[in-house]
Design a protein around this ligand. Structure first.
Ligand code: JHZ
Ligand code: SAH
Ligand code: ZN
Length: 411
């Protein structure tokens, strides 16, 4: 336990970091060789607040260092995620918008328009709030109305003044990125109609614990949420958790449905999940001590496996230069001596080095045209989609290495 005391970002209780992952660069800060001398690092410590059940980073780099005109994550590159967001949009239309006159939908972190395009195509009034200008522009190209701003209470007021209140506010993998959750929750309460609905999904704390998927923790993810913490954080602002819907995406996520208190019935799923989180001890500091030792074991095992393969003269490359891999590589101290390169389909990442660990990122062809002996699956959350298309790698004798839930070679 660190000496340092910090205020909990949700409830202001005094808490202490229980673990550090060491100095970390910007997870999506892929860089050229000549940029490596000035590379930015912060100490990535995590803390857990027992008073409100919130898992959080002690320090997060400034938002503008992470989200800008060269943001490296484009949502639409995964075919399975395209289908996921089409279904999410259908659910919002059916469950929230049906029967409403000229409804208005706002999405935060709308990225390249992967979800909002389904509202745009259906001619539904919509607005994307997307501060990273390059991905916002990709969304506009798809006909998605987008403003490049960071959402907070002040922006919520501006949106209401210009467009009126929203029937639905939707988000995916963005709520857990915004440090001032009280400003966001107050902004949501202001933005929503009296009977409006807020839906958001993020990687789920229960999955991170059970799978030791510590790679969900990086600069952008200032929170790893549970229903306990979300319920507490939004209650103060008059919003009530009315449903929780587990999702298989991003290694196990939870979709939270909230609404102004008393405006909608509360599903029995909510008390059931709150009870389950208690029985699993997700709200206790002791659990996070266990998580810490699970992370240390995972780090030892991954290093041992990669060092053995190197000694045996095997070629190992990485598959998917994910944000998550920045945590794995820097926490485990793995560099280009153990991993030859990482293959990734994102043009803006290619030809650059991975943050901190400085492993070259190469286009997919570098993998496909010269299969290695082993591929370390950094994009493990997309395993189904990837295995579907990489049959020739395994049929040719190639093997996958994973580290979630345990380090090992997939036989
Ligand atoms: P992927 C990002 O996380 C960052 P990351 C962010 N913080 C977040 O929460 C989630 O997204 C939503 C490549 N790829 O989805 C594309 C292939 O090369 O796991 C991507 O660079 N071949 C906002 O970065 C990366 O892998 C493929 O076949 O951890 C996947 O990144 C596929 C499917 C992907 O998100
Ligand atoms: N929803 C997409 C994109 C997630 S990436 C998906 O699930 O695939 C997270 C996005 O949130 C980034 O594009 C980032 O620019 C955006 N973001 C970060 N801070 C934000 C804020 N304060 N308000 C709105 N969007 C934000
Ligand atoms: Zn707290």
């Amino acid at each position: 336990m660190s000496e340092k005391e910090i205020p909990c970002r949700v409830c202001d209780a005094k808490i202490r970091p229980f673990m550090t992952f060491g100095p970390m660069p910007i997870a999506n800060g892929f860089l050229k060789k000549e940029e490596t001398p000035g590379e930015y690092f912060f100490e990535m410590e995590v803390a857990f607040c027992e008073a409100c059940g919130t898992f959080q980073l002690a320090e997060q780099p400034d938002a503008k260092r992470m989200f800008h005109e060269n943001y490296a994550f484009f949502s639409s590159l995964s075919r399975h995620m395209q289908i996921h967001f089409q279904k999410y949009a259908e659910l919002v239309k059916d469950r929230v918008l049906k029967g409403r006159k000229d409804p208005f939908v706002v999405e935060l972190g709308s990225n390249d328009g992967i979800m909002l395009r389904h509202f745009s195509e259906a001619k539904i009034r919509h607005l994307g709030v997307e501060p990273s200008k390059n991905v916002a522009e990709a969304a506009r190209q798809k006909g998605v109305n987008t403003i490049s701003e960071f959402f907070d209470l002040a922006l919520a007021k501006k949106i209401v003044a210009e467009h009126g209140h929203a029937d639905a506010v939707i988000c995916a993998n963005v709520m857990c990125h915004i440090p001032d959750i009280n400003s966001v929750a107050a902004g949501m309460a202001h933005l929503l109609q009296k009977d409006g609905v807020l839906m958001f999904e993020d990687p789920y704390l229960g999955d991170m614990f059970s799978k030791t998927s510590y790679d969900q923790i990086y600069d952008e993810h200032v929170f790893i949420f549970s229903a306990t913490c979300v319920g507490n954080a939004f209650k103060k602002h008059g919003l009530e958790l009315i449903d929780v819907l587990p999702q298989p995406t991003h290694g196990g996520s939870m979709r939270y449905v909230l609404a102004p208190k008393g405006s909608h019935p509360v599903s029995p799923n909510v008390p059931a999940l709150l009870e389950k989180e208690k029985s699993l001890g997700l709200d206790r500091a002791k659990t996070w001590e266990q998580f810490k030792s699970n992370c240390e074991k995972s780090r030892e095992d991954l290093n041992a496996l990669l060092k053995k393969l190197k000694k045996d003269g095997k070629r190992v490359v990485g598959y998917g230069a994910t944000s998550k891999s920045t945590t794995v590589l820097n926490y485990c101290g793995i560099g280009p001596d153990l991993i030859e390169f990482i293959s990734d389909t994102t043009p803006i990442k290619q030809g650059k080095l991975t943050p901190g660990s400085h492993i070259p990122v190469k286009p997919y062809e570098a993998f496909a045209e010269n299969h290695p002996d082993y591929a370390l699956l950094f994009a493990w959350n997309h395993a189904t989609e990837i295995f579907e298309k990489e049959g020739t790698f395994t049929s040719g004798g190639g093997k996958w290495i994973t580290f979630v839930p345990k380090v090992g070679i997939i036989e």
